[in-house]
Design a binder for this molecule. Structure first.
Ligand code: GLA
Length: 393
C-alpha cells in the first residue's frame, strides 16, 4: 500500500483537489473461534497492522465517488435509499452496505470522494470486506460531521454488511473498529462487547496465504454453514423441549442443556457441525486463559485442535491450507490453523519472535517455491496486533 503522503498526492492527481484526510481500517486475523460468532459465541481475533486506507474529501451533494489504486473500476452512487446493490462481489457494494446501514439509522449523510488502497490480500480470510465497510462508514460519518460510539457502530455495520449477501456474525467489524495495539480482543455478542487481552510480547503471528481465493459473497460455502447451524439449533431445541424461541442460536441452548446433550439432539447429518461449534466455543475460553497465563504452548495446542475441528467437523479447510499448516508446524510453529471463513484464504502460525525467520523461510521454501519474491512477500508476512480504524496521521 502507498504511504499516507503518496495516497494524498494520488488523490489530488485523481480528483484535482487536496483530500481532507486519510482514514484507515485494519484487517484482522482470527486467532481462535471460527464460525461461532453467528452462533452467538465469543471469539478471539486481533486487528492487524495491514488494512485498507482512503484519502477522502466531503462533497456538497449526496454523491459518493469511489476510486481504487488497485485496479477496481470506479464507482459512483447517490445516498438516496433504498440503494440498489451492484452485482455479487462488486467492491462498490461494501460502500453501499455502509451507506444503507447509516441511512437506515436516520443519519443525514453527505457525499464524499474517496481513493482507496489496501495492504491486505482480498478474498483471503483477513477481513478486507469488513475493513472496507468500516472505512466507508467512518468516511461517511466524518463527511457528515456525525459520530457514533464504536461498539454501536460495530453492531450496526455487522447487520449492514448482510447487504452484500453474507450472513456473517459480528467479529470482523468489531475487530476492525475496536482493535488495540499489542492486544488480542475477546469479543462477545448480544450485546456486543470487547475485552482487550495483551498478546504474547515475545511471539508473533505469521500469515500465509494459500492463494486459493475464497470470496464469501460469491460462493455458497459460508452461508450454507450458517444455515446448517440455524437448522441444527432449531431441531435440537425442539427435541430438548426448549422450543420457546422459534429461531434459537446454538449459544441459546447452552444455558439450558449440556454440550453433549445438544450435540446428541442435533440432526444426525449436522452433528459434526454442532460438535465443532460447541468445542470451539470452549476452546476460545481456554485460549483466553492461556493468554492471561502467558502460556503460548497451550495457546498453540488449542490452535492445532481448532484447525483439526475446522477440517474434520466443519469441513472448511482445503488441500492447500492443509499443506500450509503442516509445513508451518514442521518449520517450528507452536500452533497453526486456517483463519477466517476458510475454503481457501490464509493460515496463521504462532511462533516465538526469535523463530519467525526460520518459520518464514520454511514456508517460503516448502509452499511458495518458484514464486517471484514480490509475490511471496504479498502472501507470507508477520502481523502485529494493531489499533482499530480511524484517521491516519
Ligand atoms: C467471516 C465472517 C465472520 C466469521 C468468520 C468465521 O469472516 O465475516 O463473521 O463468521 O467468517 O469465523
Amino acid at each position: 500500500m502507498s504511504g499516507c503522503a503518496d495516497l494524498r498526492s494520488a488523490f489530488a492527481a485523481a480528483f484535482g483537489r487536496r483530500p481532507a484526510g486519510v482514514m484507515q481500517a485494519p484487517g484482522r486475523v482470527n486467532l481462535i473461534g471460527e464460525h461461532i460468532d453467528y452462533n452467538g459465541f465469543g471469539v478471539l481475533p486481533m486487528a492487524i497492522d495491514r488494512g485498507i486506507a482512503a484519502a477522502w474529501r466531503p462533497r456538497q451533494d449526496r454523491r459518493v465517488v469511489l476510486r481504487s489504486l488497485q485496479g477496481y473500476a470506479p464507482r459512483e452512487l447517490e445516498l438516496e435509499p433504498p440503494i440498489a446493490p451492484y452485482g455479487p462481489g462488486d467492491w462498490g457494494n461494501y460502500m453501499k452496505a455502509a451507506a444503507q446501514g447509516l441511512l437506515d439509522r436516520g443519519l443525514a449523510l453527505r457525499g464524499a470522494e474517496m481513493l482507496v488502497d489496501a495492504s491486505l490480500p482480498q478474498s483471503a480470510g483477513l477481513s478486507s470486506s469488513s475493513a472496507l465497510v468500516v472505512l466507508s462508514a467512518l468516511v461517511l460519518l466524518e463527511a457528515a460531521g456525525c459520530s457514533m460510539p464504536r461498539v454501536e457502530l460495530a453492531s450496526l455495520l455487522a447487520e449492514a454488511e448482510k447487504y452484500v449477501g453474507t450472513q456473517g456474525g459480528g467479529m470482523d467489524q468489531a475487530a476492525s473498529l475496536l482493535g488495540r495495539a499489542g492486544h488480542a480482543l475477546r469479543i462477545d455478542f448480544r450485546p456486543l462487547r470487547a475485552e482487550p487481552l495483551p498478546f504474547f510480547a515475545d511471539h508473533v503471528v505469521v500469515v500465509a496465504n494459500s492463494l486459493v481465493r475464497a470470496p464469501k459473497a460469491e460462493t455458497a460455502g459460508y452461508n450454507s454453514r450458517a444455515s446448517e447451524c440455524r437448522r441444527a439449533a432449531a431441531a435440537a431445541a425442539r427435541s430438548l423441549g426448549l422450543a420457546a424461541d422459534p429461531q434459537p442460536l446454538l449459544a441459546d441452548l447452552l444455558g439450558a442443556a449440556a454440550p453433549d446433550a445438544i450435540v446428541a439432539a442435533a440432526p444426525r447429518e449436522l452433528l459434526p457441525r454442532v460438535r465443532h461449534v460447541l468445542n470451539e466455543a470452549a476452546r476460545v475460553d481456554a485460549a483466553c486463559d492461556a493468554l492471561r497465563a502467558c502460556d503460548a504452548a497451550a495457546f498453540g495446542r488449542l490452535m492445532d485442535e481448532s484447525h483439526a475441528s475446522c477440517r474434520d467437523d466443519y469441513e472448511i479447510s482445503c488441500p492447500a491450507l492443509e499443506r500450509l499448516v503442516a509445513i508451518a508446524r514442521e518449520a517450528g510453529a507452536i500452533g497453526a490453523r486456517l483463519t477466517g471463513a476458510g475454503f481457501g484464504g490464509c493460515a496463521i502460525a504462532l511462533a516465538r519472535r526469535a523463530d519467525a525467520p526460520a518459520l518464514l523461510a520454511g514456508l517460503a521454501a516448502g509452499f511458495y517455491r518458484g514464486l517471484e519474491p514480490a509475490r511471496v512477500a504479498e502472501a507470507l508476512f508477520v502481523v502485529e496486533p494493531a489499533d482499530g480504524a480511524g484517521p491516519a496521521a
